[in-house]
Design a protein around this ligand. Structure first.
Ligand code: FES
Length: 911
């Protein structure tokens, strides 16, 4: 095997590595250095793997190990402590990180940037970031963090602990609320970190410096590595899976296929239609189908063997069904038993035909939206450890779990249920802990490799870790639904809406995932935040052999909003009023009915957001406006639950247990803030963990609901603890537990025949204005959001900025096109994600109209950020060039050009 001699973080190293490894693999897999992350290796598109070689920042996934021979290689672990402190504090203070997966690479780049130029201007910083992707933040706060760090670079300046950054020390945080390190029992520090403060992100400094482990960073003695083998064809009968040759390859321990599954082979969040392995003789349904899992003693060996096995599987290739209309034809091949129509959601009220006939103006238009890839920067991963293994830590609810599974999914209890069903075990046999993930945006709701990895651990009796490559990640997980939305809408002579008829079709690909719920949500949000007296809506969800589609930030509301905002602009043109005035005449208020018939409560703050941007819109020469509404909570007749368990540990520390996932949205910080607010205790005393403990049973971390539900639950639990804090000794408190829960059980399905069909727990609201410059390029976005209560204003604004960034990409450049069921590209660079230099300033206006249900009045902020954006962009483009656009992405727009791959320009079809 080849050898490499180099200096790593100031120490000479001599290592051997496997032929074909990248420098990143040598650093991570051979040297055990984990601050450089693998986001897309070997594509060199995300920048997560950035390191410093001889004083220059480079992407280590693009480098061969021999290129580092004799060089000085520095990772964040080797950056001088004072610089680490400055950088960590700057990123936490400015809100420059959310999930944190991109951050270590950006911080490494920042070191070389500031070493060369300690005081760069903003343009230089944005240019330096051109090799980096961040899917969470929208970049502005990253730029701020770098500029802030530059202000003190080299002189150890004013950024210090004294400035109120209690998380500034990296490494495990210590402290006891009874001890000196945490100060007083009811310390004043909580006031700076309580509800309504921009409290520093939980373990923010650790994330910034690459010291917070993601699953791919976790290793256990004796661990095997799993590598998946995926289908080469979207529709093909599997003839043979011959594992004999690959099983002999160097390092390979075992290969798992469908025959190894002892329990249920099919999983699914709503419908169990998705096989964890496709069996010989069966027909594949998409290119993400999993055929086998190769286990080997190194990640490199496992992937090399998986590639060989993938090529050797024999298929009978069949014609895929890739168009929803074709899929619904009577002679179309059935993708699943029972036909290709997965679901229909239909409801209405009033006489739409009569209302349209009586309308002064009627518009009819079809809108088309595209399939989109989540592009979270941390590919899916799972680690399973059998009970009894020295590093397992498996402790199960009853202390008898046979397996501990570390997952980065979005639903700890859902993961547990499905894994147990595949293994044929009881829930108590499988303990699941969610590890804070590197972004999800809905794309980690479905199982990816958890069941297969757990099975491998169970069958081998050894720890097993499986980490997807970027290509595999893109190939496997569900996308945002492409939809076709046909609208007929009427208005009276003054522009007041009279009726809407909407027919929506969504391509959910090979598996159901939550597709029927996405289309149900699109139907429910089909009229936007507007008052419509007569409504007739139908949404159909259709199976095809395209990549599966499921949850993605906005969950069907974005598609509906693009169509509805387009309808509003068309009607405004006919009536002869502007975009603001037509929205002002129709905007929902308390007492009005949402599309589903739900009567809006007094907390409906959409009008306030609209009025907040009136002057901005009216005074800009090229501007578009869009209003958005997004439900909080799953609703539609399903319960929403939030639960928190506070455990008092020895030494006066608190462990806060939740079933919701931290994925960059800041939930763990929010939980700390609430407990601190109620108890007066410092967040320094608290750790937060997401676990499958049944006492914190809750649903998926989805539908913008974790904050609203969890703050209500945490408040209850913390108040119980507060009562005991007075007059109870620390020794007596140790071991006590305090439980809080909030259950929303009052929603009904769309179409329920009741006077007030409350389909949703609550909603969040936004109005955004997109402003173009004289060349038709993005100049700035003003985003006014009613969030109910900004529990953490810094994080809240960060969520909105990140949402707007994703919404601009959705509008202008992002797409995941497929041909005959095959993705056109597996490259991150081809997805059309906006870079830092192409992202315009976003001015956030936070409006707080307190909610009646959400904790402290909060409404949820995770999804609404991009709901109105595409419609506002389309409106702005029309003011610039007079062209109406009804198809996403609007790649023919001048504003789209910088971020769009050459291969995808001029394919929008907009005319
Ligand atoms: Fe940048 Fe999540 S914080 S990708």
């Amino acid at each position: 095997m080849p050898e490499l001699s180099f200096s790593l973080n100031g120490r000479p190293r001599k290592v051997v590595y496997e032929e074909g490894m990248t420098l990143l693999e040598v650093l991570r897999d051979v040297c055990g250095v984990t601050s450089p992350k693998d986001g897309c290796s070997p594509q060199g598109a995300c920048g997560c793997c950035t390191i410093i070689v001889n004083g220059r920042s480079v992407m280590s996934c693009l480098r061969k190990p021999e290129s580092a021979e004799g060089m000085d290689v520095t990772t964040l672990e080797g950056v001088p402590q004072e610089k680490r402190r400055i950088l960590a504090e700057a990123f936490v203070r400015e809100g420059g990180l959310q999930c944190g997966y991109c951050t270590p690479g950006i911080v490494a780049r920042t070191v070389t940037l500031l070493d060369r130029d300690p005081h760069p201007n903003e343009a230089r910083v944005r240019k330096a970031l051109s090799g980096h992707l961040c899917r969470c933040t929208g970049y502005h706060r990253i730029v701020d963090a770098i500029l802030t760090a530059g202000g003190t670079w080299g002189d150890g300046g004013p950024l210090s602990k004294a400035d109120g950054h209690p998380h500034s020390d990296s490494g495990p945080r210590r402290g006891s609320f009874f001890g000196e390190e945490c100060g007083l029992r009811r310390g004043s520090q909580a006031h700076a970190t309580g509800v309504g403060s921009s409290s520093p992100r939980y373990r923010g400094a650790d994330h910034a410096m690459g010291e917070k482990d993601y699953i791919a960073d976790m290793t256990v003695d004796g661990m095997l590595h799993g590598a998946v083998v995926l289908s080469r064809y979207p529709r093909a009968r599997v003839l043979t899976i011959d594992t004999s040759t690959v099983g002999q390859m160097f390092g390979v321990e075992r290969i798992l296929t469908a025959e190894d599954v002892p329990g249920q082979r099919h999983v699914g969040l709503i419908r169990s239609d998705w096989p964890v392995f496709v069996a010989r003789g069966e027909v594949t349904r998409c290119v993400g189908d999993l055929m086998a899992l190769v286990l080997a003693d190194s990640r490199f060996a496992a992937h090399r063997a998986a590639e060989v096995l993938e090529e050797s599987i024999q298929y009978e290739v069949l014609n895929p069904v890739t168009d929803p209309d074709t899929a619904l034809e009577p002679d179309a091949p059935e993708i699943h038993d029972g036909g290709n129509l997965l679901d229909v959601c239909a409801f209405g009220r009033g006489d739409v035909d009569a209302a349209l006939s009586a309308s002064a103006f009627v518009v009819e238009q079809t809108f088309v939206t595209q399939r989109v890839e989540h592009a979270f920067l941390e590919p899916e991963a799972c680690l399973a450890v059998p009970a009894g293994h020295q590093d397992s830590g498996a402790r199960g609810p009853a202390g008898r779990a046979r397996l501990k599974v570390y997952t980065q999914g979005q639903g700890v209890h859902e993961d547990q249920r499905q894994i147990a069903s595949v293994l044929g075990l009881s829930l108590g046999d499988v303990e699941v802990e969610l590890i804070t993930n590197g972004g999800a945006f809905g794309g980690k709701e479905d199982l990816s490799v958890q069941a297969q990895t757990a099975l491998a651990s169970l069958l081998t009796g050894r720890p097993v870790r499986t980490v997807l490559t970027r290509k595999q990640s893109i190939q496997m997980h569900p996308k945002r639904h492409p939809m076709t939305l046909h609208y007929v809408a009427g208005a009276d002579a003054e522009g007041r809406l009279t009726a809407i008829r909407a027919r929506i079709m969504g391509d959910t690909g090979g598996y159901a995932s939550v597709g029927m719920k996405v289309l149900e949500r699109a139907a429910g949000h089909s009229c936007g935040p507007y008052r419509v007296p007569a409504v007739d809506v139908e949404a159909r969800t259709v199976y095809t052999n395209n990549p599966p589609c499921g949850a993605m930030r906005g969950f069907g509301a974005n598609q509906a909003a693009f169509a509805m905002e387009g309808v509003m602009d068309l009607l405004a043109e006919q009536v002869g009023i502007d975009g603001y005035d037509i929205r002002e005449r129709n905007i929902l208020g308390p007492g009005d009915r949402f599309a589903t018939g739900q009567i809006m409560s007094g907390s409906c703050g959409i009008r306030q957001t609209l009025e907040a941007v009136r002057e901005v819109y009216k005074n800009a020469p090229y501007a578009g406006i869009g209003c958005g509404i997004k439900n909080t909570g799953i609703g539609n007749g399903m319960d929403d639950t939030g639960r928190l368990l506070i455990r008092v540990l020895d030494g006066g520390r608190l462990e806060l247990l939740t079933g919701f996932t931290e994925m960059g949205q800041g939930l763990f910080t929010v939980i700390q803030q609430v407990v601190g607010e109620e108890t007066g205790l410092s967040p320094e005393c608290m750790t937060v963990r997401a676990t499958s403990d049944p006492r914190v049973l809750c649903g998926m971390t989805t539908a913008s609901r974790a904050t609203a539900l969890m703050t209500a639950a945490a408040q209850t639990a913390a108040r119980k603890l507060t009562l005991d804090l007075e007059g109870t000794s620390p020794e007596e408190l140790a071991g006590r537990e305090y439980h809080g829960e909030y259950i929303c059980d009052f929603t009904v399905k769309p179409g329920a025949e009741v006077e007030n069909p409350v389909t949703h727990m609550t909603f969040s609201y936004a109005t955004q204005v997109v402003i173009l410059d004289q060349e038709g390029r993005l100049e700035r976005v003003v985003a006014a959001h009613d969030v109910g209560k900004a529990i953490n204003p810094l994080q809240c604004a960060g969520q909105i900025e990140g949402g707007v960034h994703m919404g601009l990409g959705y509008a202008l450049s992002e797409a995941f096109p497929c041909t005959d069921g095959q993705p056109d590209s597996f490259l991150l660079a081809d997805l059309g994600i906006l870079k830092a230099k192409d992202t315009p300033p976003v001015e956030v206006i936070l409006i707080e109209v307190p909610d009646e249900v959400g904790g402290y009045g909060s409404k949820g902020i995770g999804e609404i950020g991009l709901v109105p954006t595409a419609g506002a962009v389309a409106g702005a483009l029309f003011t610039f060039d007079g062209k109406r656009r009804f198809r996403l992405p609007m790649t023919d727009a001048p504003a789209a050009a910088p971020s769009l791959p050459k291969s995808r320009r001029d394919r929008s079809g907009n005319v």
